[in-house]
Design a binder for this molecule. Structure first.
Ligand code: ATP
Length: 342
């Protein structure tokens, strides 16, 4: 049985993570869940104000677990506050591929279909954290790009394309300006695509942003891949096209560990009100179940989530309904249980 360490996180985190865990339980998941604390709320309460949002006891549980689940955590934008929980864990467990599969829902974007997967390199690029002051009025940040980093991300993206019957991939760069760093990225994207018979094209980041707004349908059925910051921005744009950030799930994959999380943040503006859309967290939980060998449960939860969103009767306000977080999760759990019984 898989053992998973679960951090509920900040803001709406506890509401959506509890909703996800209740859906897994109701579907009969046998995953062993160990709850632990991480994030800025526990950090602010802790008088020691550690240099990290992840207490030692949590880190020990994360190391003992087979995988982990992270609720949204707030990263305080103040000098001296710790580094983000996600960035810390991606680097600690070498989770190099941040993957966000995105799909439109007929009720939310009628007649406009977009199904794609965003692959973001998650351990280097501008998130390497190498910044320095150059005299009093200037500072530099290093955008570190290695062949190994590009190769493994490109291999993961092309393997996904092949496994999901997607015929094409788009590598997002700015190679006319960043000739060396994006030069390596593009070479590896072409190599990995050729090895699996996937057609790959290169689109510059600025043009990509415009194309996604003007004609998103052209990217239906494609895998998008890019370096850390570029894909951070583009995947948010794609999330916006789907209807609500509350619908986008993600995983951070390495060779021997995985972390599942919703793509949205801790949404302090709606925390504690039961208004948060739990779909992204529930879909991340479904992916975790599949990863833990419970493919039937994961598949049933995915199908049930689509059904509930498209029916629109038991959904939260961000996608046009009036259900609470727990009512929407309850509707997903009943539909998933019904499908598992069939
Ligand atoms: P972070 O920097 O931590 O990623 P953010 O600043 O991008 O966070 P979010 O916390 O994701 O912002 O919130 C952005 C907006 O989306 C807010 O108005 C928030 O209420 C809304 N939002 C985020 N998640 C959800 C959700 N699950 N359900 C409904 N609305 C949400």
């Amino acid at each position: 049985m898989a053992r998973v360490a679960v951090m509920r996180g900040d803001g709406i985190g506890p509401e959506v993570v509890d909703a996800m865990l209740s859906v897994l339980r109701e579907c009969g998941s046998g995953i062993e869940v160990v709850m632990c604390e991480a994030g800025s709320e526990q950090w602010e309460k802790n008088s020691r104000r550690d240099a990290t949002y992840i207490p030692d006891a949590t880190m020990a549980e994360l190391e003992r677990a087979d995988a982990c689940f992270k609720g949204p955590t707030t990263t305080l934008p103040v000098p001296g506050a710790p580094r983000s929980v996600a960035v810390t864990l991606r680097q600690k467990f070498d989770l190099y591929a941040n993957i966000r599969p995105c799909s439109t829902y007929e009720r939310l974007t009628p007649g406009r279909r977009l199904e794609c997967a965003c692959f973001r390199e998650a351990t280097e690029g501008l998130y390497s954290g190498v910044e320095s002051q150059v005299g009093p009025d200037a500072a530099i940040a290093i955008r570190k790009v290695t062949r190994r980093g590009c190769a493994r991300l490109a291999d993961a993206a092309m393997a996904w394309a092949e496994g999901h019957g997607m015929k094409s991939a788009v590598a997002i760069t700015k190679r006319n300006i960043l000739k060396r760093t994006d030069g390596i990225f593009w070479e590896e994207a072409q190599r990995a695509a050729a090895e699996r018979g996937i057609k790959v094209s290169e689109v510059y980041i600025d043009n990509m942003a415009q194309q996604l707004v003007v004609a998103p349908g052209q990217f239906d059925g494609t895998v998008l891949l890019s370096t850390n910051l570029f894909m951070d921005i583009i995947s948010e744009l794609v999330s916006g096209l789907v209807g609500s950030i509350g619908l986008i799930h993600s995983a951070n994959m390495g060779d021997s560990y995985a972390m599942f999380e919703a793509a949205h943040g801790s949404a302090p503006d709606i925390a504690g009100q039961g208004r948060a859309n739990p779909a992204a967290t529930i879909l991340s939980g479904a992916w975790m179940a599949e990863h833990a060998g419970e493919a039937d449960i994961g598949g049933a939860i995915r199908g049930a989530t689509s059904l509930v969103i498209n029916e629109g009767r038991s959904v939260t306000a961000d996608i046009g309904g009036s259900a609470s977080t727990s009512q929407m999760a309850g509707a997903i759990a009943s539909a998933a249980r019904a499908s598992l019984r069939r």
